[in-house]
Design a protein around this ligand. Structure first.
Ligand code: HDD
Length: 754
């Protein structure tokens, strides 16, 4: 021991701690072989199997999880035991003093079982409590070493395992999926160099500019504290009171009132890193960067009436959709696009890139596609994985760095901090779903729920007793080095609270967003403001919101005020006069219509309405065509069970179980020969009315009569053209060759669905 201590008389890294000279960048420590094997922890050189597979990782193969087989439990063929492994003989009855006597304190089996149950729940996330997640991988298109040394971008075709959690923000853990809300889009990359969490949303901006206001925002948004209402909704006084007094929220409000906030599926929404980040290459050069996820399936949304009805029919709508798509092998996919720019460009924008209420329009800095994200495996256990996963913006890896965005700076603290309460202590990184693939070696010790068993006497650095291990990696050894950035020119060195001047433009991009929407999208936005504000009880708050909107667009303010029964008030005074104009008149990329996706109908849910006695041959043909196109057709009728004599066809869902809003399209059977046709069922009538109201394609196999006629839909548009959403086959008796054949009509219907 003495011999070893003598070999390292002082800490050779000490000199590198001072000054800015590049020569003084952190250097790699030099591990020395301990002289006396018995005197040091053998753990410092413990043989560990490297599980870094890097580019060899297979689709959906997370090597990090593989090493966790020891914690996976499969009870097939096993006897029930206590937590101490004692086999339990009777799991039905507690131990009593006589069959009718009191239960005995001695019953350790009962007490262990009840005690564990009593503590099954952990605190839910303070925001984003309700979510769903899946495993998958990120695949890099081309090496990005010119831009970044971040491991996921190291080589073409390289796959990095990921775990992705989608969420709503305001609702509690048991709330419903289709609330009007921002959606969380959090990606954990298990990179070779440690975990990188990109904790984003499906909206590229945020309500506030400084983390200082986050607790206020969340308190205003969450159910009001006196009566705990409303659940999972922003449509109440405190939210609108707060945002109407915070003009910086105007841009985000436009997005949240748009159809983006009621997505059709997690699989059909974009994701954004929101803040400006930095990419850093091996030479230490950095560029500014924004992260965008674009769904392969295109961006699609619900309409409000659908969202409301779905929340009753299936509160798990998005969770089920994600789960079923992955189980069916239709793996959701997104493309990662980067907006790369430098400080000089950033200086010339009219907005500040450190302001998280601003986007960098794609027309100013186009997206560079760099890879794809594929989700291909559902979790084995919701609690162990989806609930216990801890995303933290502080988790970055060499090649990525923060900027001075004041919202991001606050987040760097908040996420690690919140896990201490939620996951019960500082060792949450050891929970299997949070554990990195890269091995962890440091001198952090103990704390609640510690899993690692550290060996040896040394838990400090510098040391000589453990050969200086674990040693400082230095830059050359792949260690994380913060990119040296100069303080902004204004206010350098001053300790102060405040904001840069460009942060005071609150409206130019809200106006840009509004102008970039299609006419139906604009109508939906105005409708959403009207709905939300009609729920607000205090008239002054309603009016203040409209006075804010008057700075965004006069037409929007007028449409909202009209719905609320008052005249448009004077616009709120602006923080910056004259008003800043955006660089662009409109940005087409901001419309949902800009991303129609691949034009396919993969996993779209199609109901085939059917009753006993309907023509099964035409139904089967439609079913086959839909299946071949990748859609998910299901038979829906008044009861479940077999259909007629053909045992291969059965009604899978009843009208009560699966109402119209759960489907993307409907096929009406030709039931002309049925004793009790579809048109005699009230639910079938409602079904078709809702499909029509929600602009979903309708295919009538039996021609224009039957259920279609009973609902009395106008088959023609007022302009005299055929309704493009209605696909009507020739009636059975019809022989006119000018009419489309069933096969043509079914094909046209599938194209309409896409
Ligand atoms: Fe946050 C959770 C996204 C601002 C503090 N946030 C959370 C989640 C997402 C986001 C997706 C859920 C992660 C998961 O699935 O577990 N948050 C954002 C985005 C923001 C943002 C895109 C703005 C750009 N958040 C923000 C601020 C703060 C927080 C400014 C605090 C200063 N967020 C939290 C949190 C949560 C959280 C309290 C709750 C549960 C958790 O972290 O793990 O720490």
């Amino acid at each position: 021991m003495q011999q070893l201590a003598a070999a390292r008389p002082f800490n050779e890294l000490k000199a590198g701690e001072h000054g800015r000279d590049p020569a003084l960048q952190p250097q790699a420590g030099t591990p020395v072989e301990p002289a006396d094997e018995s005197a040091t922890a053998s753990s410092v050189r413990e043989t560990v199997v490297s599980i870094k597979l890097g580019s060899q990782a297979q689709p959906g193969h997370n090597p990090g999880n593989e090493s966790l087989d020891r914690v996976r439990v499969d009870s097939g063929g096993q006897a029930l035991t206590t937590n101490q492994g004692v086999r339990v003989a009777d799991n039905q009855n507690s131990l009593k003093a006589g069959l009718r006597g009191p239960t005995l304190l001695e019953d350790f089996i009962l007490r262990e079982k009840i005690t564990h149950f009593d503590h099954e729940r952990i605190p839910e996330r303070v925001v984003h409590a309700r979510g769903s997640a899946a495993h998958g991988y990120f695949e890099c298109y081309d090496p990005l070493d010119q831009l970044t040394m971040a491991a996921p971008f190291a080589a073409a075709g390289k796959r990095t395992p990921v775990f992705v959690r989608f969420s709503t923000v305001a609702g509690e853990r048991g709330s419903f999926d289709t609330a009007r809300d921002v959606r969380g889009f959090a990606v954990k990359f298990y990179t070779d160099d440690g975990n990188w969490d990109l904790v984003g949303n499906n909206i590229p901006v945020f309500f506030i500019q400084d983390a200082m206001k986050f607790p206020d925002l969340v308190h205003a948004l969450k159910p009001e504290p006196h009566h705990a209402m409303p659940q999972a909704a922003s449509a109440h006084d405190t939210f609108w009171d707060f945002v109407s007094l915070m003009p910086e929220s105007a841009h985000m409000l436009m997005w949240v009132m748009s159809d983006r906030a009621i997505p059709r599926s997690y699989r059909m929404m974009q994701g954004f890193g929101v803040h400006t980040f930095r990419l850093v290459n091996a030479a230490g050069e950095s560029k500014l960067c924004k992260f965008h996820w674009s769904p392969r399936a295109g961006t699609h949304s619900l309409v409000w009436d659908e969202a409301v009805k779905i929340s009753g029919a299936d509160p798990d709508f998005h969770r089920r959709d994600l789960w079923e798509a992955i189980e069916a092998g239709s793996f959701p996919e997104w493309e990662l696009g980067l907006q790369i720019f430098d400080e000089e460009q950033a200086e010339n924008f009219r907005f500040d890139v450190l302001d998280p209420t601003k986007i960098v329009p794609e027309e100013l800095v186009p997206l560079l596609p760099v890879g794809r994200l594929v989700l291909n495996r559902n979790p084995d256990n919701f609690f162990a994985e989806t609930e216990q996963v801890a995303f933290c913006t502080a988790h970055i890896v060499p090649g990525i760095d923060f900027t001075n965005d004041p919202l991001l700076q606050g987040r760097i603290h908040s996420y690690v901090d919140t896990q201490l309460t939620r996951l019960g202590g500082p060792n949450f990184h050891e929970i299997p779903i949070n554990a990195s693939i890269a091995q962890v070696h440091n001198n952090q010790r103990d704390g609640l729920h510690r899993q690692a068993i550290h060996r040896g006497s040394v838990s400090y650095e510098p040391n000589s007793l453990a050969g200086g291990c674990p040693f400082q990696a230095g830059r050359a050894g792949g260690g994380f080095v913060s990119i040296p950035t100069p303080f902004p020119a204004t206010g350098e060195g001053d300790k102060l609270r405040g904001k840069p001047e460009r942060f005071a433009d609150h409206f130019s991009q809200a106006t840009l967003f509004w102008r970039s929407q299609s006419e139906p999208e604009q109508r939906h936005i105005a409708g959403a403001f009207r709905f939300e504000l009609s729920k607000v009880q205090v008239p002054a708050v309603r009016e203040r919101v409209v006075s804010l909107l008057a700075n965004v667009d006069a037409g929007l303010a007028a449409a909202v005020a009209e719905g609320l029964g008052f005249a448009v008030p004077a616009p709120q005074p602006r923080a910056l006069e004259p008003a800043v104009e955006s660089e662009l008149d409109s940005s087409p990329a901001l419309s949902l219509l800009a991303r129609p996706g691949d034009g396919g109908v993969q996993t779209r849910r199609v109901a085939l309405l059917v009753v006993d006695g309907a023509d099964l041959a035409s139904l089967r043909a439609a079913q086959t065509a839909l299946r071949e196109a990748g859609a998910t057709p299901r038979f829906v009728g008044p009861r479940i069970g077999p259909l007629g004599a053909d045992e291969s066809m059965a009604i899978e869902m009843s009208f009560e179980q699966a109402p119209s809003v759960l489907w993307d399209a409907v096929v009406l059977a030709n039931d002309a020969a049925a004793a009790r046709p579809l048109s005699m069922y009230g639910q079938a009538l409602d079904f078709v009315k809702d499909q029509y109201r929600h602009c979903k394609p309708i295919l009538a196999l039996g021609g224009p009569g039957g259920l279609l006629a009973a609902v009395n839909l106008p088959l023609m548009l007022p302009e005299g053209e055929a309704d493009p959403g209605l696909f009507v086959c020739a009636p059975p008796s019809e022989t006119d060759p000018a009419l489309r054949t069933d096969a043509d009509t079914v094909t046209a219907f599938i194209a309409g669905l896409a």
